[in-house]
Structure formats: structure tokens, C-alpha cells
Design a binder for this molecule. Structure first.
Ligand code: AMP
Ligand code: ZN
Length: 113
């Protein structure tokens, strides 16, 4: 999607502080971290949100879920971490391209802010 921020980051057209990349996903540090460690896992495929997932995406979603622990370990989050997916305006999803937040090393508030 040409005017999508996370598509542009996934393509490398907009720079990011990347921590992991493979053929299906990219992971980079959030520009406005809400915890000492805060990264986003983004599928390279443009999917607007969880609401738009189809069974065709089952392998991709499985891939992301299985990568989370590896990325968390790489980031030194052996003490634990939170994984957040915001869906839609009422959840304050600001970027309309599916992404998984991983937050760690504490500063946990719920709801955030
Ligand atoms: P959400 O509110 O779930 O849509 O989260 C979007 C996240 O993207 C926020 O935590 C933003 O700080 C983050 N974000 C926005 N622009 C960028 C960017 N250029 N690089 C990295 N993270 C970004
Ligand atoms: Zn996109």
C-alpha cells in the first residue's frame, strides 16, 4: 500500500531501527517507546488490522507468534514482556497496518498513558 507508513518501513523506503527481518516480517524499535524496551513486529504484507485477517494469513500469523520469543530473547527480555495488538480507533490503533507491540523491562501501566 503506497501511502502506508509501515509498508514503507518494511520496504526500507523509510528508515527504522531494525532488530530483526526475514522474508515475511520486520521488527524495529518504536519511535515513541512506552517501556524501556519497545519494539514492533510488522508483517511485510499490508493487512490493516486483526479485523482483516483471513485464513490465508494463518501461516504468517503463526510465524509471528513463534518469532516473538526469539526476538524477546534477543532483546534480553528473559524476565518477561507484554505483547499488545491494538485494533481499530476505539483501541487507539494509530497506524492502520497490523503490528504487534512487544514491551519489556517493566514500566507496566494499564491502560497506558
Ligand atoms: P498503535 O497505536 O498500536 O497503532 O501503535 C503505533 C505505534 O507506531 C506507536 O507506538 C508509534 O509510536 C509507532 N510509530 C509511529 N511511527 C513510527 C516510526 N516512524 N517508527 C517507529 N515507530 C513508529
Ligand atoms: Zn501497510
Amino acid at each position: 500500500m503506497s501511502d502506508c507508513l509501515f509498508c514503507k518501513i518494511a520496504e526500507g523506503a523509510i528508515p527504522s531501527n531494525k532488530v530483526y527481518e526475514d522474508e515475511q516480517i520486520v521488527c524495529f524499535h518504536d519511535i515513541e517507546p512506552q517501556a524501556p524496551v519497545h519494539v514492533l513486529i510488522v508483517p511485510k504484507k499490508h493487512i490493516k488490522s486483526l479485523d482483516e485477517l483471513t485464513s490465508d494469513d494463518a501461516e504468517l500469523i503463526s510465524h509471528i507468534m513463534l518469532k516473538i520469543k526469539d526476538i524477546a530473547a534477543e532483546l534480553g527480555l528473559e524476565g518477561g514482556y507484554r505483547t499488545v495488538i491494538n485494533t481499530g480507533d476505539d483501541a487507539f490503533q494509530t497506524v492502520k497496518h497490523l503490528h504487534f507491540h512487544i514491551l519489556g523491562k517493566r514500566k507496566l501501566t494499564w491502560p497506558p498513558g
